[in-house]
Design a binder for this molecule. Sequence first.
Ligand code: PMV
Length: 338
Amino acid sequence: MWRAVGRHGGGRATFEAAPNIALVKYWGMRDPERVLPYNSSLSLTLDRMRTRTTVRFDPEREADELMLNGTRIEGPAAHDASRFLDRVRERSGVTSYAQIRTSNNFPTASGLASSASGFAALAGAAAIASGLHLSPRTLSQLARLGSGSASRSIFGGFVEWRAGTRPDGRDCYARPLAGPRHWPSFRDVVVLIDRAPTKKVRSAEAMQSTVRTSPYYFERQREIPGRIARIRRAIARRDARTLFPLIMEECDSFRRVCETTVPSLDYLTASSRAVLAEVRAINDAARRPVAAYTHDAGAHVHVFTLAVEADGVRRRLGRLPGVRRTLELSAGPAAHPI
Ligand code: PMV
């Protein structure tokens, strides 16, 4: 088990976690207080990008403090981090406030999932610093309380977050499906869109508005278990031909429930839509699924492909108007203490 440095209510620990991109989306909570989702979801933890967070509980402190890349942060992000520490304090019996020092090796407000890696790293650091001895599964349940998708960043490679059915959430946790070395040629070409608007409504609120108002939400719920089973099988067999169309079908289903939410949630720009169209055109021309697009609640697009196709896909997508740049990522590691 992981151990904190220092004790007597003054523990300190550092933890690192990577963002993940969902192949099957989490969107809607059956219990918002416990962050229990309606459906299971499935993701790939990414390499190269990471968040590193140090938590230090200090009996002398009079409030929690959040430092991001060396700058003191106030407002909603600091409030969320402090509320998350309250949950850790409840569990551990630690009563002191803490300083959180966190840094991302990628731009924070860029629309690249920083909440998943952020809360996964914070959960790990806070748990160890407060003397909680948690298994990775239990840590995924703790991270979930900060941001649902953070539960999946506890593990590397392909990860499933099981929705569970129990009201107390004990059967709701993330688990690894296939480690980062399972499919070495699998690539995520991240297409960064120029002037991607920043989120107006937070995901946690936006998704509940979808649950309440989209006429397709529960139809989507009925499709998901079958889709997850097929996606899981295709990943196990490293079968891109089967997997890629399923990923796009899922993304289209997610976008449909967002767009039919009242008021409508539209996360894409014209350039993001051009990327989706270009991926369809690449597949049509090749008469086989060369690539698959997906996006989260933001304008950037993730395009999955295999290593042999990655250069060609990047060239095609990189020259579309409004595309700032592309990054080529692979499967990344589990969250871990430093
Ligand atoms: O973890 P949250 O509350 O930021 O919500 C994430 C929602 C999506 O990114 C759109 C989907 C997902 O499963 O990651």
